[in-house]
Design a protein around this ligand. Structure first.
Ligand SMILES: Cc1cc2nc3c(=O)[nH]c(=O)nc-3n(C[C@H](O)[C@H](O)[C@H](O)COP(=O)(O)O)c2cc1C
Length: 312
């Protein structure tokens, strides 16, 4: 019997698999399709201090091997999340990580502080891909000093919750941002968020999304995400003892195992859930079969086991 349990900065998960933020709502949306107790942890969509209606439609468009979305962080806001969604999440029976977004630092702090004494919440995942309105709209996550500033400010408001910082791939060197947030107190990293992209309607000569640009997810970004996880693991996370939650285009056990070998301890699945809401079960079984086939007792034995062809 293979042990699939993993430890994310002190939070014990029965297996490495989680939902990717924003792709499974607040959980109840998926309960008719999939037994959520099979998850290692549930990750909510981004929560902001005030409710947000999100962007105008069209907000989603399919691409070859991918999905482009510009939902615009639509969510019920902190007060309704606490009143209505937390009681539902309490019935799940698995640890919950709440993804937190903000247009300015004070918004992150308000939400993170309010979650610090909610028992079912075990961690916050900081979405630093949001534009910082006070700094001219540049994303918090693309500049090391800003990424570090939001991380260290949030860290002191976390209380019992672990702080997972979610990295954007839309940067020159993701390891530089990882280093900044780890030094600023991140307990774990999750990566990657979507890649900024555009799809054009050649008849109207306009972008298909009302927002013009969106975030690309799904199999198209998987090799990029695997590379970035490996880079952050070898440059920053391994030495710092900080676990990585890998995501981006996982659709089967093979893609999941790639992330584990590259250095991820946890795994999140998003876009693939739209095509097959039950895929997490087969991915979990596939990981267990792989471990058994190669003579491993625990999933941790293959984390970072990748051997490069060239010495670095
Ligand atoms: C429709 C949709 C909505 C998303 N919403 C959020 C969100 O609210 N917050 C966030 O941090 N990431 C959000 N993401 C990004 C995912 O959590 C994930 O990082 C990305 O999609 C890559 O994983 P995947 O290829 O398995 O989907 C969203 C992705 C999609 C497709």
């Amino acid at each position: 019997m293979v042990d699939l349990g993993v430890d994310i900065a002190g939070v014990r998960l029965a297996n490495p698999l989680m939902t990717a933020s924003g792709t499974c709502g607040y959980a109840r949306e998926y309960e008719d399709f999939f037994d959520l107790r099979q998850l290692g942890a549930f990750v909510t969509k981004s929560i902001t201090a005030k409710p947000r209606t999100g962007n105008q439609p069209q907000r989603v468009v399919e691409t070859p091997a991918g999905l482009l979305n510009a939902i615009g962080l639509e969510n019920v806001g902190l007060a309704r999340f606490l009143d209505e969604k937390v009681p539902e999440l309490e019935t799940l029976g698995v640890p919950v990580f709440v993804n937190v977004a903000g247009a300015e630092l004070s918004e992150y702090l308000t939400v993170v502080e309010a979650l610090s004494d909610v028992p079912v919440v075990r961690g916050v995942e900081l979405n630093i891909s949001c534009p910082n309105v006070k700094a001219g709209g540049m994303s918090f996550g693309v500049e090391p000093n800003q990424a570090a500033a939001v991380t260290s400010a949030v860290k002191v408001k976390c209380g019992k919750n672990i702080l997972i910082v979610k990295l954007t791939p839309n940067v020159t060197d993701i390891a530089e941002i990882a280093r900044a947030v780890v030094d600023a107190g991140a307990d774990a990293l999750s990566m990657v968020n979507t890649l900024t992209a555009m799809v054009v309607d050649v008849a109207t000569r306009r972008p298909i999304l009302a927002n013009d640009t969106g975030g690309l997810s799904g199999p198209a970004i998987h090799p990029v995400a695997v590379y970035m996880v490996h880079r952050v693991y070898t440059r920053v996370a391994r030495a710092a003892g900080v676990p990585i939650i890998g995501m981006g285009g996982i659709q089967d056990w093979r893609g999941a195992v790639e992330f584990l070998l590259a250095g991820a301890t946890g795994l999140a699945v998003g876009t693939a859930m739209f095509a097959d809401p039950t895929c997490l079960s087969s991915i979990r079984e596939g990981i267990a079969d792989y471990l058994q086939k190669y003579g491993h007792d625990r999933v941790g034995e293959i984390v970072g086991a990748l051997q490069l062809n060239r010495s670095e």
